[in-house]
Design a protein around this ligand. Structure first.
Ligand code: 4AD
Ligand code: MG
Length: 502
């Protein structure tokens, strides 16, 4: 009897009869051999069926099975160095469970809109499978980090009566005739909880009506937020540093081959070690105005233009080769695929050529007082080989609850953590204003309705203590660790402006 097993466990069954249940990822035949690439949710493995005198019908049926047909395979697990995972299956029986026809996502390249409309199927593609695995590991690492350190999980509400992070990005909800909002943060509630449990965290979906279409904004994303009583901003920074090191290490431990599959430069992740860099906002502003940044961006522009020329030539050459006389069908298909890939890159590089001068202008014209923009963060992050803490932002560009710096009341005791290689902000954190009077002043300064925050002010009326915390966005973190250009692949069903199906 063949043992029912999974692809991930095949190497425990070398030389034995096994049974797999999965889906047909791809197949090709060559004479009497049929190579079935099968995935089963735990991995991908090649199963080889040989045509014999007695199995001609089965062989033909299997040969005609469409991509993503569900199948059961019985065969023998064989060690094979050339195969991935070192195992392949020499199949003796291939039983279709459900024959799929015309599966829309083929191994050929597809446009991103098409793929997101088919997100429910795109899940099955290897790259998407790998990314969401890494996400699950990151989430597990997050929970373990806080649970192991005695933080108490506090689930904060999603219907919120008032703004936590600025009124520009609130999603309104009709709550039995009253207006409430989807939570932008759990922080204010956590502040109340840390006065009870001392060290707490919340972890859940967060909503921001971001009207910008950027590669780092979602309208629904997952954020983890720790909050600690009797804690200064330096304590929070130290915690964030340990936290990021722990997550990166866990992903390296569990996903080395997945990261390689994604083409991630692993040495960049190995370099994520304490201490991270630190600079103040004012130092960051100076950096943006400096020659180093200008030279770096001029070089980028030069490289991007050269790449455009190079890609255009490659595309033209391959086009003419493809339409030349006597080109084999497989060759023409291969060329078409390469051309599509070059075209995609060309689009990206052309966008860079348009954007780099704008980024130069923004950096050179950066004025003290404004928040760092996405391109400014990218520049600062690129100039460091490890994550970098930018601290002491002007209070007017940050949330009302941040504590002013006693040495310089123009700035607050906060930090953003920028991920290297241009990824930008993944964490925002601060010490909170714990003085009743100073907090009321800030609420008024921001024009917020004080009556909405009376409960929050109570925390400053009864046993107020220095406290602080941070928020980390899961998707930005996964995008960085996996080396992805865009955040949208890091969440099962991304919600962006203009995208909410399926
Ligand atoms: O910097 P933010 O807005 O901070 C807060 O919400 C604080 N209440 C956190 C705290 O101190 N407890 O958001 C924190 C992080 C950002 O650094 C980013 O990683 C992520 O949340 N984030 C987003 N991720 C995806 N799409 C968006 N639109 C995001 N906005 C913020
Ligand atoms: Mg922020």
């Amino acid at each position: 009897m063949a043992t029912a097993t999974t692809i991930a466990a095949l190497n425990e069954h070398i030389g034995q009869p096994v049974r797999l249940q999965g889906w047909l990822y791809n197949s090709r035949s060559s004479g009497k051999l049929l190579f079935l690439l099968v995935r089963d949710g735990t991995g991908i493995c090649q199963c080889v069926l040989e045509k014999t005198a007695d199995n001609a019908d089965m062989f033909d049926a299997a040969r005609h099975l469409g991509q993503e047909s569900s199948i059961e395979i019985v065969g023998e697990a064989r060690a094979d160095e050339r195969s991935e995972g070192g195992v392949e299956v020499s199949a003796s029986q291939v039983t279709p469970i459900h024959a799929a026809e015309g599966y829309p996502i083929t191994p050929k390249p597809h446009g991103i809109d098409f793929l997101f409309k088919n997100r429910h199927l795109w899940f099955r593609s290897r790259r998407q499978w790998v990314i969401l695995h890494v996400r699950a590991t990151v989430i597990d690492a997050i929970r373990r980090f806080f649970n192991d350190r005695g933080f108490v999980l506090i689930d904060t509400p999603i219907f919120a009566p008032s703004a936590g992070e600025g009124s520009q990005t609130l999603f309104k909800v009709d709550y039995f005739g009253e207006e409430v909002y989807l939570a932008q943060t759990g922080q204010l509630y956590l502040e109340s909880a840390c006065m009870s449990h001392r060290k707490v965290y919340c972890f859940g979906p967060t909503f921001r009506a971001e009207k910008s279409k950027t590669r780092r904004h979602l309208t629904e994303f997952w954020m983890v937020e720790p909050e600690i009583a009797y804690c200064t901003v330096d304590d929070v920074i130290a915690l964030a540093e340990d936290f990021i090191c722990a997550i990166a290490q866990r992903v390296l431990d569990d996903h080395r081959s997945d990261l390689e599959f994604l083409g991630r430069d692993i040495s960049k992740l190995e370099a994520i070690q304490k201490p991270f860099h630190r600079l103040t906002y004012s130092e960051a502003a100076e950096l943006l105005h400096g020659d180093k940044v200008r030279t770096m961006l001029e070089q980028d522009l030069h490289n991007a233009k050269a790449r455009v020329t190079e890609l255009e030539k490659m595309i033209a050459d391959k086009e003419s080769e493809r339409s030349g006389p006597g080109v084999k069908k497989w060759k023409a298909e291969k060329l078409a695929q390469e051309i599509a890939e070059h075209r995609e890159e060309l689009g990206d590089v052309e966008t860079d050529v348009q954007n780099i001068p704008k980024h130069m202008e923004l950096a050179a014209g950066f004025e003290w007082g404004g928040d760092l923009g996405g391109s400014d963060e990218t520049i600062i992050a690129r100039m460091h080989d490890r994550p970098v803490f930018v601290t002491h932002y002007p209070r007017e560009c940050k949330a009302f609850y941040m504590k002013r710096d006693p040495d310089d009341p123009r700035v607050v005791q906060n930090f953003d953590l920028l991920a290297p290689e241009g990824y930008g902000e993944i964490i925002g954190g601060s010490q909170r204003e714990d003085s009743y009077d100073a907090l009321v002043e800030r609420i008024q300064e921001e024009g917020l309705p004080q009556e909405d925050y009376e409960w929050y002010l109570d925390l400053r009326r009864y046993g107020s203590v220095p406290h602080g915390g941070f928020g980390l966005g899961v998707e930005r973190t996964v995008a960085w660790l996996c080396g992805l250009k865009h955040i949208r692949e890091t969440i099962p069903y991304p919600r962006l402006m203009g995208r909410f199906y399926p």
